[in-house]
Ligand binder design. Structure first.
Ligand code: F3S
Length: 378
């Protein structure tokens, strides 16, 4: 890889140990992927925040980075943590967990990272422009940025996104290059999609069975549908999609076609459903928009529902929502919070991503269904 003089100085440790480590990480990543150079980024989204997922080893690493005094060079936001910053005790989270979670957040904050704790940074001000290069971790926000916003990012890991934020650059390969952003197969939708849960099932089916960049046609999604579709696609190895008439880089192209109809969606539906009667309904994977929170409230739920979202959306929504069955929870989510330690065995979700990771990471059973159906039951 070609390095500038400044980059060589950082690699030699002249900017301190954290920057030396960060340069080393970016260089290794670049060389593994045949990148020729580093390119500047305008923002970063860092994952690896929940104590549940990074554990003591992750906390130790962050402590070292923070103690070195390193600071990020670009606007950097943070993924959800394992517990809300406030109200964690109230919800019954274990004491030790809360203490370590807070230490992780302090370490990130001391590096100049905004403790936004949301996986929808584009709803809270980290909204890149079309064509900008960024370094985002968190698969659902990566695919949203590439596909819906038209910004350019590879699916960074927690460590590479942090390294990129500290240096302000990423290696130029993969989805940073125009030639790698074209569609690779076309998905003809042959059934009616009625909710973002249907889009999630579609994304899950395609994400589990195909690789590359799908180009969808045959439906008219809203912004939240695209968010649900992308998060589900990203449970596989997909980090970008196009949707005819809805995404900015969509082009008419001659591509190999596959068809997805009722049968394929049913297959996804059946695979994701592992229990019938949820202990609790959890909405907001990826974090809910204000529109989604208000839509849940409009259904006037008579069973307990937890909605995960950003602090900004929570604050606004709580001014209008008076139903005591609705708990709006910021900073965390049903997957990265230790729900299993709260004695919860079966959750109701409308997100294919939450269904997949709850079953596989948290070992919690799932009822996957539309919000209307989940809330209809007593
Ligand atoms: Fe976000 Fe948690 Fe889902 S981080 S995408 S709400 S698993």
């Amino acid at each position: 890889m070609h390095l500038t003089k400044e980059e060589e100085r950082l690699l030699a440790g002249e900017g301190g140990e954290a920057l030396r480590k960060a340069m080393e990480i970016l260089l290794t990543l670049g060389e593994m992927n045949n990148a020729e150079r580093l390119i500047p980024i305008t923002s970063a989204q860092v994952s690896g925040v929940s104590y549940k997922t990074i554990g003591d080893a992750g906390l130790e690493f962050l402590r070292d980075m923070a103690e070195s005094g390193a600071k990020v060079k670009v606007l950097t936001t943070l993924n959800p943590a394992g517990a809300p910053v406030e109200a964690a005790h109230e919800l019954g989270f274990p004491e030790e967990f809360i203490r370590k979670q807070r230490e992780i957040l302090r370490a990130y904050e001391s590096m100049g990272i905004l403790v936004s704790c949301t996986c929808t940074p584009y709803y809270v001000g980290n909204l890149p422009r079309f064509g900008e290069h960024i370094a985002w971790a968190e698969s659902s926000s990566v695919i949203y940025a590439n596909s819906v916003i038209g910004a350019r990012t590879n699916r960074e890991s927690a460590i590479s996104a942090l390294a990129a934020a500290l240096v302000g650059k990423v290696p130029e390969y993969g989805l940073h290059l125009s030639e790698n952003r074209q569609g690779s197969f076309r998905v003809e939708i042959k059934t009616k999609l009625e909710s973002s849960t249907d889009y999630a099932a579609l994304g899950y089916y395609v994400g589990r069975n195909y690789k590359g960049i799908p180009v969808f046609a045959g439906a008219s999604p809203q912004g939240e549908d695209l968010k649900a579709l992308g998060a589900a696609l990203a449970t596989g190895a997909i980090s970008m999609f196009h949707f005819a008439g809805a995404t900015p880089e969509y082009r008419e192209e001659k591509l190999e076609k596959i068809e997805v109809g009722e049968e394929e969606l049913r297959e996804a539906w059946e695979e994701l459903n592992t229990c019938e009667e949820p202990d609790i309904v959890t909405i907001g994977c990826p974090h809910a928009s204000l529109k989604e929170v208000l839509a849940v409230a409009k259904l006037n739920p008579r069973r307990e529902v937890w909605i995960f979202t950003s602090r900004q959306v929570k604050e606004l929504a709580e001014r209008y929502i008076k139903n005591e069955n609705i708990k709006i929870i910021a900073d965390t989510c049903m997957v990265v919070a230790p729900l299993e330690e709260l004695g919860i065995k079966c959750i109701g979700v409308n997100s294919a991503k939450a269904a997949f990771y709850s079953a596989n990471l948290s070992k919690i059973s799932v009822r996957f269904d539309s919000i209307e159906n989940l809330l209809r039951e007593e």
